[in-house]
Design a protein around this ligand. Sequence first.
Ligand code: SF4
Ligand code: SF4
Length: 174
Amino acid sequence: MPGDETVFECRRCGTCCRDLVQEDKGVLRGLTLLPGEEELFPEASVRPAVGIGRRPHERGFTVIAHQLVEETCPHLGEAECRIHDRRPASCRQFPFSLREGPQGRQQMGLDLNCPALAEIVEGRTGLRIRFEDRRSAERLLEVSARARERPKKAWFYDLENGKWMRYDNLIDER
Ligand code: SF4
Ligand code: SF4
């Protein structure tokens, strides 16, 4: 029926567990991990991602998110996630996401690299899809909101060169 809410069903194909390191606003970044989630991964596979403070490594500098440095997640089995029930918020929200739109309104993003979602969306307009794990997306949005609020004190760690980049020096792609 037109206007009905469509339910997205993950096929557990593993596509979203590969090619995890990507460029964003001029910074090479891996899968974002919220506080505590870094403990799900081997220490050598994790780096800081977002920090708040006057300068990195100074007293008071706080890392508010980490990132996975691997292109393919070490928890990916043949195609299934081996830690499905404990997977990070970045995985739980996918293929949906939230970003801040005009007047601070939340806008839903859809990642059509997910074949199951691409199939639902193809050739259809006015589609309403149930956002399965909005809370995970909100928690991730809170991290970027904290950075945006203090652009001169927010830092993003670039995997390309292993250096921190200040938020107000990132490339604005809006
Ligand atoms: S790419 Fe889509 S269908 Fe495949 S595992 Fe990820 S969310 Fe599920
Ligand atoms: S934790 Fe699981 S769902 Fe997330 S990237 Fe790794 S294998 Fe995929």
